[in-house]
Ligand binder design. Sequence first.
Ligand code: PGA
Length: 251
Amino acid sequence: MKKLMAANWKMYKTVDQGVATAQELVRLLAGRLPSDREVLLCPPFTMLEGVSRVLADAPGCSTGAQNFYPAAQGAFTGEIAPDQLLALGCTFALAGHSERRHIMGESDEFVGQKVAFGLAAGLKMILCIGETIAQRRAGQVEDVLERQLEAGLSGVLGAATAENLAVAYEPVWAIGTGEVAGPAEILSAHACVRDKLKAMLPAQADQVRILYGGSVKPDNAATIIRLDNVDGVLVGGASLKADSFSQIVLA
Ligand code: PGA
């Protein structure tokens, strides 16, 4: 599987700004994207269509949504459905990002519903998991990751493949803080995720991509992406500028 180099633009940029960043990124990567790398941009909903159009001509690049509601349609004011995203050219979606778990109060179970619903609707899903600093200090990293994987994947065991499922390990204390997890911390967390995937999805586990996220920058990306069991990165702040994200993609 190709390494998945994913950008999470969170609630930043207007449509024009997002489209301009995507155009600049495509220009910077033209003819340079290694054959073993794939690029994913997850912009706000408002610019999914515009960014998808820009990436349509860029080999190895696609768009993803940061969120959706797990229903086909209906009276869910303010929410968006997988089919509406697919119609904009969006092929991936995140579920369980720590900002949604901690700010919007999404439970492990609700995240699991989204993963199952998104996969059934035809989206490729990236399940985000990770411990808080208090959980790390209490020695609970493995317990938290295993619990979030169990709840996040229990509804998809028959449907998940290496193509339609990825897991992003994002320690909450490393997101947006500039404090990146060290190689030893990443290696042990990713090994734990791989072991749990082997127990839950034995046929697919070796191929399911495990991404690292949390303060990935141009100067640490090359080290992180070459660690065992690191099959990609999920980048927030450093993905907002095309120049910095292109350096990470090519690291
Ligand atoms: P960061 O965010 O790169 O700004 O730490 C990562 C994420 O939230 O996915």
